[in-house]
Design a binder for this molecule. Structure first.
Ligand code: G4P
Length: 529
């Protein structure tokens, strides 16, 4: 493969995820995006919602039925000469580590805002996460077919609360029953909205030029006059789009529309494919790795179980960072220092999900995982480095987990360890007793774990309160000092799912005391995989 060929593949790729508050319209937008990607003849049927069992078991059926590529995790589709990878983030409301790690695998994000509600809680949290890597953000103001708030006010709210400058690319003409379409500021044209076309690609009806009298005829003189007045104000008062600021995560282009009415999603996609970055370089323990390097490299950001409920298959999702994946190629699994031949990686392109012949930077491939692959693992073509920045967070919530049937202890442990490898939850085994302590970042994780233990591992477990307030991973360069610490603090020490030593503290005061007493020991709140 020549450099030019590899560059061509890289140039056309865009990898993004959607961030939004529940109900803002993420699922609906995903449907319409796929409609534009020509994968669905008729949108309105993708139900990948949440992480419930129903959605998961639907997955294979759906794929077979429609010959489309859709998992609850990754979708790839062509759009006007680009190849777009859309990564789904988990549907449930708690901020989860899974979401965080998915956001490390994309190059840009689409932020969907319900324009009637403005900036909501989860959007705020997710934006904080994208900030850690200055991910470029595109904004879609949704539900214009409803009565929304003053758009200028919503933009101000985004700027104030999320600390990102807004550059409107389109501007809405009316809203609710009076929603007539948008004025595309860059193209200087009015694009008219037609109702009742939510599940097809609409025939586009445009009028060139802001002062074109055809606009008055189409939407009425009053609304046309109002629109012109508003635009004068908006264009004067808002930021102009600036590619550099966008790429630095400091400015977001804003589009208006209705996902349900399938209007505006294509304008957003045009912006995304035009402005979003091609697959970006990634930092490793040794150096920065660029997409167009000849040698293959990638990292695992997610492990998902039971994508096919008939087989207990677990798939490790790899983001390709550099080079080219070819079926049957040999890769080095860096953490294990072992070469593996990968001949059955999955992609999520239309058609047969088990037949990926080749894949490129920005793409996500799935590796069958029989317990050897962990989140954060790096694969290379021999070079010894590790991709940085895929952390575990110290959990904030703890419960002791106990079996209803004590004979199934082994299965419980196996289930918990697998779920912790997946990042669904964290598990701690105290050195001094046989308890199993489950740690979570969000409260919903506890319910999910009990449900999954039951359905996937056939064990019924219940929770009990446990006297743990916080946890920190511990390490120390001085072996002797560490040994002493281990001996003296053994009642507070546990191993996590990956056998890393952890200090579990009954109170913050206790934690602080131990930190003071053992200054050589490093207590960390996040642990890179
Ligand atoms: P989410 O994935 O972000 O949680 O949101 P989702 O797409 O499921 O949308 C949440 C609700 O908002 C859905 O209604 C959906 O139909 C509606 N919706 C999405 N986009 C628009 C829009 O542009 N205009 C209007 N008016 N509604 C929109 P639901 O009744 O909760 O679900 P469903 O019964 O339609 O599935």
């Amino acid at each position: 493969m020549t450099d030019a060929q590899l560059n061509k593949e890289i140039e056309c790729r865009r990898t993004f995820a959607i961030i939004s508050h529940p109900d803002a319209g993420k699922t609906t937008i995903t449907e319409k995006v796929l409609l534009y990607g020509n994968h669905l003849q008729k949108a309105g049927t993708v139900k990948g919602r949440g992480s419930n069992q129903h959605a998961k078991s639907d997955w294979m059926e759906m794929e077979k039925d429609r010959g489309i590529s859709i998992t609850t995790s990754v979708m790839q589709f062509p759009y006007k000469g680009s190849l777009v990878n859309l990564l789904d983030t988990p549907g449930h409301e708690d901020f989860s580590e899974d979401t965080y790690r998915t956001l490390t695998a994309v190059d840009s994000c689409l932020m969907v805002i319900d324009a009637a509600k403005g900036v909501e809680d989860r959007t705020r949290k997710l934006m904080e996460v994208t900030r850690l890597r200055d991910t470029p953000i595109i904004t879609f103001m949704n539900k214009l077919d409803r009565d929304i708030r003053d758009p200028m006010e919503v933009l101000d709210e985004v700027e104030d609360e999320l600390k990102i400058a807004c550059a409107p690319i389109t501007w809405p003409i009316g809203c609710g029953k009076l929603f007539k379409g948008v004025y595309h500021i860059h193209r200087d044209e009015v694009i008219l909205y037609q109702t009742g076309q939510g599940s097809t690609v609409q025939e586009v009806n445009t009028i060139k030029g802001l002062n074109n009298p055809e606009i008055d005829a189409a939407i009425g003189e009053d609304l046309a006059a109002q629109m012109r007045d508003e635009l004068e104000l908006v264009i004067g008062a808002s930021h102009e789009f600036d590619q550099e600021l966008f790429l630095a995560g400091e400015l977001t282009p804003v589009f208006f529309g209705t996902a349900l009415g399938n209007f505006g999603v294509d304008h957003m996609l045009d912006g995304l494919t035009q402005w979003s970055p091609t697959p970006m370089p990634r930092q490793t323990s040794v150096r920065e790795v660029f997409a167009n390097e000849e040698n293959f490299s990638g990292f695992i950001f997610k492990i998902q179980a039971n994508m096919d409920p008939k087989h207990r298959d677990r798939v490790a999702f790899m983001r390709i960072v550099s080079g080219k994946y070819e079926k049957g190629m040999k890769m080095n699994h860096v953490r294990l220092g072992k070469d593996v031949r990968i001949s059955d990686a999955l992609t999520f392109v239309a058609g047969d999900r088990s037949a990926v012949e080749e894949a490129y930077p920005g793409d996500i491939i799935g590796l069958h995982n029989h317990g050897t692959i962990q989140i954060g693992d790096t694969f290379t073509q021999g070079e010894d480095f590790k991709f940085a920045g895929i952390p575990n967070f110290a959990p904030e919530l703890f419960r002791r987990i106990r079996l209803k049937d004590p004979l199934k202890q082994k299965q419980l442990l196996k289930g918990l360890i697998q779920l912790s490898e997946e990042g669904a939850v964290q598990v701690f085994r105290p050195l001094d007793n046989n308890d199993l302590i489950v740690g979570a970042v969000g409260i919903l994780q506890f319910d999910v774990v009990v449900q999954r233990l039951k359905s996937e591992y056939n064990v019924e477990a219940i929770y009990e309160a446990v006297n743990v307030a916080t946890a920190r991973w511990v390490s120390c360069e001085d072996d002797k000092k560490f040994e002493e610490f281990r001996r003296k603090c053994s009642t507070n020490l546990a191993l996590d799912g990956g056998n890393n030593l952890t200090y579990i503290a009954p109170t913050r005061v206790n934690l602080n005391l131990s930190k003071e007493r053992y200054p050589e020991v490093v207590f960390t709140e996040t642990r890179e995989h």
